[in-house]
Design a binder for this molecule. Sequence first.
Ligand SMILES: [Zn+2]
Length: 146
Amino acid sequence: MMNLRKRAIRKGFTLIELMIVIAIIGVLAGIAVPNYVQARKKAQLKACFANQKTIAGAVEMYNLDKGTSERDLAKIADDLVKGGYIQSKVDDPGAGKGSFAHYTLTNDNFGITCSEHGPIGNNGAQPASSGGQTADSGSASGSSAS
Ligand SMILES: [Zn+2]
């Protein structure tokens, strides 16, 4: 009788149960966060390349229409928008507003590059802004030892 009553009253989780749950959440977060950061960077890179292709094509059309060979993107950016060659001065993905200036025309392969992400196809050599967040999951081994 006494034993039954005691079991009925006891509710909630023990400290070790809570610690195990927190450790599992920590491990999952430690796996998910770096993957998320990586995927985000990759998506921004691809979006930047897509922007570069669009801008390069717009400049090509502009030069064909006008019979020019203009290579100064900053100079013709407003004309590109006004002439309907591009809808707007797109921002460089991940670089915030007004980052259209990241794009500059070059004379090699696609004829355009980005100061942040490099030219189209530049998958490996990103600027040294990676490796920021390292969500360490050291709490997992700590709780299992106790
Ligand atoms: Zn870019």
